[in-house]
Design a binder for this molecule. Structure first.
Ligand SMILES: [Zn+2]
Length: 338
């Protein structure tokens, strides 16, 4: 059995920098038409020159692959309209991190006082630059995202024309917030559609499934699965594929992140089939919704998947993927450009 996906988009991707970028960028660039590239490097990408230079390093790392990196800036409350207007053509969105909440987010926002954020967010709203948010408080780890929903709601109310994307949502509470405010959207990862905290820590600890936000309860996973399978028009696929070297995951002090880039489309195909969701919903979830929400016209790339099981390598240049050493049901048969 064959199925085809047109112009798949990954609306939340970590490509890192340096050797890691060179090692893993092609794993996304091969199968996706484009991806929203997260800016949490050290130092974070926060100037026009840094965006342009990072994009050049990405283009060098992907070599001959046809792929569009949709660049982002690391949000700072000090951004003004003149600066944002000058950088607008180089970026697709701006990513806001609460300070210290995940990998390389120390320089993020520490208070969510709407008035303090108003100048920057109003300018973004006027310039039609979407705001992507890592929505977690510094509270108890299982409650961080649910506690952040009130902040999403305050932002959505205060800036009704600003497109706010709740990144990598993991809870039923976030799914419910989607329908309350016209300007709230969401990305959902592959792994949060598949696992709960039980898979991470219910038996032997699984460091390669440890991520932020941490996987939640079965009812949360079910709520995410429902809106993904029905291709709710406000949800988009965003892998949050976040590579770390094997030693940083299998260590005392495991880094947060699941590496899914090389398997994402294949496993999504398997999941949608297993759940009896129509192919057109998968197409909307991995591309159509994102095109409509962001107003993107991705480069034409057709990915043909075949129902033929394939063995996943134990690592990709030192990065352990989800399903390492296991079989998955779908494989990539062909990719065509244009
Ligand atoms: Zn992320």
């Amino acid at each position: 059995m064959l199925l085809t996906l047109n112009a798949p988009l990954d609306m939340h991707l970590h490509l890192r920098d340096g050797e890691m970028l060179e090692n893993i960028a092609k794993e996304s660039a091969r199968t996706f038409s484009g991806a929203i590239i997260m800016p949490n490097l050290v130092p974070p990408v926060s100037s026009k020159a840094e965006v342009v230079a990072y994009k050049q390093r990405i283009m060098a790392a992907i070599g001959d692959e046809k792929f569009t990196p949709y660049m982002t800036l690391f949000f700072k409350p000090t951004y003004d309209k003149a600066f944002l207007a000058s950088v607008k053509e180089e970026i697709t969105a701006i990513k806001l991190y609460p300070a210290g909440i995940t990998t390389n987010s120390e320089g993020g926002v520490s208070g969510f006082d709407v008035e303090e954020l108003r100048p920057a967010l109003e300018a973004m709203s006027e310039l039609d630059i979407p705001l992507c948010v890592h929505g977690e408080t510094n509270g108890f780890v299982m409650d961080r995202e649910a506690e952040f929903v009130s902040i999403y709601e305050a932002l959505a109310c205060a800036f009704p024309k600003l497109k706010i994307i709740m990144e990598h949502i993991t809870t039923k509470a976030s799914v419910e917030a989607l329908d309350k405010f016209e300007n709230l959207y969401a990305t959902i990862t592959l792994h949060h559609l598949l696992i709960t905290l039980d898979d991470v820590a219910g038996g032997m600890l699984k460091p390669h499934l440890f991520c932020k936000p941490i996987a939640k309860r079965p009812e949360d996973r079910e709520a995410l699965l429902k809106v993904a399978l029905e291709a709710h028009p406000k949800v988009m696929f965003g892998s949050d594929s976040a590579p770390h070297p094997q030693h940083a995951k299998e260590s005392c002090g495991c880094a947060a992140g699941v590496f899914t880039a090389p398997i994402a489309l294949q496993v999504l195909a398997e999941l949608f089939e297993k759940e009896h969701a129509p192919l057109e919903n998968l197409q909307a979830f991995v591309s159509g919704n994102a095109q409509a929400i962001y107003g993107l016209t991705p480069l034409a790339k057709t990915v043909t998947l075949e129902k033929k099981s394939v063995h996943i390598p134990s690592n990709y240049k030192g990065v352990v993927p989800m399903y390492a050493g296991e079989e998955i049901a779908y494989s990539i048969k062909a990719i065509s450009i244009g």
